[in-house]
Design a protein around this ligand. Structure first.
Ligand SMILES: [Zn+2]
Length: 282
């Protein structure tokens, strides 16, 4: 009887001990997770970049047809080293799989349409760890400019968070790449609006950096002399000064299309954008 009691008591103690270790392991894991996150935020504060950007356990591949589009029509991809090209392909594939592409008014959704749209977004966010959006779920493509019943006006592109939609006129999207240095790129422009909205709602390290640098850009604009200098230069089109959102979208178009001129004339702003999206030459 005593032996039986001893056995029962021992197994109960062992079960308690196991439960205690399990709880401690979970608490330690949570502490570790938040500890690393906190460390990364401190690191990002000083170094203006996350601990890491690209880490894919199961990298995805594009189909040969999709890859051909990147190889022949997307200079940003062509200039990457093979390692970064693989990362770029993975992101383009994930992007294509995540969003619903809808062709309107007879616009076909081909591999070219999907890849060039996805690649534009991936180019913009290539230095950021998080590159997929939750602020839209549909990508609507029209053959050319389209009439919007909501605004009662013609558009060539728009980001509509209420409808969780981003829309493009394909004719104008393609025109954005025909002259690579005219500082007009519809795809970059609309994705900049979506990214801005996304980062304002997110708490990951890349979004925090994006927001922090945006505040710095706005602080620069508060200087009347600097603001006047920006307008007077004629480098940024008048539309940039409509509001802060358009200003950022136009800045990002210039950043990708004429980086040398941008850097030479407005180094401080250029530097803020570079840190904002953690852009590095690869
Ligand atoms: Zn805009």
């Amino acid at each position: 009887m005593i032996a039986l009691y001893f056995l029962v008591a021992t197994s109960t103690e062992e079960a308690d001990l196991r439960a205690m270790w399990s709880v401690m392991a979970i608490v330690l894991m949570i502490l570790l997770f938040y500890g690393i996150r906190l460390l990364e935020l401190v690191y990002a504060y000083f170094c203006k970049k996350p601990f890491y950007v690209h880490l894919y356990l199961f990298p995805k591949r594009l189909t040969n047809e999709q890859l051909f589009v990147l190889q022949t029509q997307f200079p940003f991809y062509q200039k990457l080293t093979p390692r970064y090209q693989a990362y770029f392909e993975h992101r383009v594939r994930r992007f294509i799989l995540k969003y619903r592409f809808i062709g309107q008014q007879g616009q076909p959704i081909t591999d070219e349409v999907k890849v060039l749209i996805a690649a534009t977004s991936v180019m913009l966010t290539f230095g950021m760890r998080n590159y997929l959006y939750t602020v839209f779920t549909k990508i609507v493509v029209f053959p050319s400019k389209y009439y919007s019943a909501a605004t009662q006006a013609y558009h060539i592109g728009e980001f509509n968070p209420a409808l969780k939609t981003i829309a493009f006129s394909w004719e104008d999207f393609v025109a954005g790449y025909q002259d690579a240095h005219d500082n007009r790129n519809l795809g970059l422009h609309e994705f900049s609006h979506a990214l801005h909205f996304q980062c304002a709602k997110s708490h990951h390290v890349s979004a925090i950096l994006f927001e922090k640098m945006f505040v710095k850009i706005l602080q620069e604009l508060k200087n009347p002399e600097y603001s006047e200098q920006l307008r007077e230069s004629g480098y940024f089109r008048a539309y940039a000064f409509e509001n802060r959102y358009e200003f950022l979208a136009v800045l990002l178009e210039h950043f990708f299309e004429t980086p040398e001129t941008f850097r030479n004339h407005f180094l401080v702003l250029y530097d803020h954008i570079q840190k904002m999206i953690n852009f590095r030459d690869r």
